[in-house]
Design a protein around this ligand. Structure first.
Ligand code: F0G
Length: 358
């Protein structure tokens, strides 16, 4: 079958009608890659698969929600779309708005958006505005501006975004033939954990899977409002995509955690960066720092087993999926700084051989 994007693939499960103008860049259908080395690290015959969402058209999972939200916004006659973003939502909204031929305005926390994402919003032709403060401040402004109904809000407070994002769970069930036992993912504004859980519940109810996974989300330690059950006024983490102190889908995330008997934990910046470079150098999968929170979280669960904090029992033979949400090229500066490698100069054959120890 030729892939036509998530709306055509999952039409009966999405809030579109036959007359909805479909705005798509053929998002979705991302690979679910078996990870032998991560499986070995987890041990006990567990199988770990990585859902590589960085291979969506704009390099993140946001495109799944954006195709649905933009299509419905166009159908309702929106002339402008607007969003606050730590970078990926803005890149995605800008691309889909360009595709639809409508105007896009993005509000970005000043100095906190990585270069790749900023380049995308600019190239796709969005009007970029920086906001003093953090993502939460930018989202507050968007809520205000969105009261003018000629603006359609493209953040996940728009329920159409969540609807589109749940398709990741459908794809995982289709590829594995069943839902996994555990689904690990990063948590920022908490839309994605809410969406994936909804996807699993809907297909379970429709008889397309026999079980539902335990949802295991990870916030960054310096931006962990759900873990601490309190708003974080000044969230801080190297994983700028999830530098959020007051997530819009807080309630949805808590429901997903509790209904699935799951967990929401925190990983430090050091753990995130270590997981990011480990995944790239051991599995050939390069993700941005926020995405590595799911991998760091899985490793933390393995290491802290038996201790209460980030402990969840991974039973022998468990099927585990980790979503990695965004491509590594989104944030080259952090990757280069994190690599710690001074690149030596080898102007002659002898010098090169010496450097590589041959
Ligand atoms: N990973 C990446 C790469 C993200 O960009 C985001 C969110 C998340 C994880 C967290 O997902 O918000 O659904 O819990 N980025 C938003 C943005 C906030 O503006 O691009 P979530």
């Amino acid at each position: 079958m030729i892939w036509k994007g998530v709306i055509e693939a999952y039409r009966p499960f999405l809030p579109v009608t036959p007359t909805t103008p479909v705005v798509t860049l053929l998002e979705g259908n991302t690979p679910l890659i078996f990870s032998p080395r991560l499986s070995a690290k987890v041990g006990r015959d567990c199988k770990v698969h990585i859902k590589y969402e960085g291979l969506n058209p704009t390099g993140s999972f946001k495109d799944r929600g954006m195709t649905v939200a933009l299509s419905l916004a166009v159908e309702r006659g929106a002339r402008h779309v607007i969003c606050a973003s730590t970078g990926n939502t803005s890149a995605s909204a800008a691309a889909y708005a360009a595709r639809a031929g409508i105007r896009c305005v993005v509000l970005l926390p000043f100095g906190k958006v990585s270069k790749g994402k900023l380049a995308q919003a600019l190239m796709y032709g969005a009007k970029c505005v920086t906001v003093e403060g953090n993502f939460d401040d930018a989202l507050r402004l968007v809520r205000e501006i969105g009261k003018d109904k000629t603006f359609a809000i493209m953040n996940s407070i728009n329920p159409d975004r969540i609807e589109g994002q749940k398709t990741a769970a459908f794809e995982i069930i289709e590829t594995l033939g069943e839902a996994p036992d555990f689904h690990f993912l990063p948590v920022g504004n908490a839309g994605n954990i809410t969406a994936c859980w909804r996807g699993y519940c809907e297909w379970h109810a429709a008889g397309r899977s026999k079980k539902r996974p335990r949802m295991v989300g990870f916030e960054a330690a310096g931006a962990a409002p759900i873990v601490h059950d309190a708003v974080v006024e000044k969230p801080s983490t190297v994983a700028t995509a999830i530098q959020i102190g007051n997530p819009a889908s807080w309630k949805g995330a808590v429901e997903a955690r509790d209904a699935s008997n799951g967990l929401i934990g925190a990983v430090t910046d050091q753990e995130i960066l270590a997981a990011q470079s480990w995944l790239a150098s051991h599995e050939g999968i390069f993700v941005e720092p926020a995405s590595a929170a799911s991998i760091a979280g899985l490793l933390k669960c393995v290491e802290s087993e038996g201790r209460p904090a980030e402990s969840i029992l991974l039973a022998p033979g468990s099927s585990i999926v980790c979503t990695v949400t965004g491509h590594g090229l989104k944030d080259p500066d952090t990757a280069i700084a994190n690599s710690g490698e001074a690149i030596p100069c080898g102007p002659t054959v002898a010098a090169v051989l010496k450097i590589i120890g041959k």
